[in-house]
Write a protein that binds this ligand. Sequence first.
Ligand SMILES: [Zn+2]
Length: 282
Amino acid sequence: MKQLIIIADMEGASGIFDSNREACWHEELHPQNTLWRSYGRDCITSDVLAVCNAAVEMGIDDILLYDEHFAGCREYNVQIEKLPSIVRTFDLPNREALWSRIRGQAAIDPYGIITVGQHARAGEENAYFPHTIHTPPIDSFYINGLHVAEIGQSVMCFCGVPYLANIGCAASHKEALELSPNITCITVKDSARAWEPSCGETYPIIFNGVIEAIEDYDNKTAYPFQDHCVCELKLTDTHYFEEPDSFPWKGGFTKDCATWETHDIETALSLFWHVHEYIRKK
Ligand SMILES: [Zn+2]
């Protein structure tokens, strides 16, 4: 069985720009906003469908999709019913980013991983909605020297699995290439050259790009397995850490930075949310 992992975000989807940014705002947290349902979902669904259809064409027979945008909201951004029948979703309460649970539900050796709808990290130039997981309060998150945002979290969670393609805003590819230099980069919008096509225009670009990525499978590489993770979470100047009295893991806090060390990536990513509980607004 060839299992493909697809990780979908939404700020980097086709058709969503600064001018219609509300298309990204999930209805469960923004009940007054109608653009997410009337338009935004169609955009990310088109991008994910292009990936799935290309994968099926190339002989993939099992697809596991994680729809990570507005994790914590129940309803999917992607219209799952429009995808091929071989697509399954991870079993997660309200699509929460429970990385151990996500990794545990996938095959031991998935065929590959593809990221789609992806945006750039906080601080990147010429980017649509650049942020690191959520900025503010997060300025940066480093694991073993790499600045990790949504792309990095998911690809590191699937370390050892060939990383085939990243689809999203042109500025998002920088993070993807740091994780795996041979991935196929498929751009669906580019702020630097004001290129803002519709999702109908990018569908064939994504479809053909994913076909090429899978045809080039032998050249693809994985983010390597890590048995020691050193993590560093820095805050923007609007927030600070309130250091807890007892701190049961290896690491520590300063006012604007938390550090921790683990023996594997899943634990490193899980501890992120524990450390996160000590963030306070100034
Ligand atoms: Zn998102």
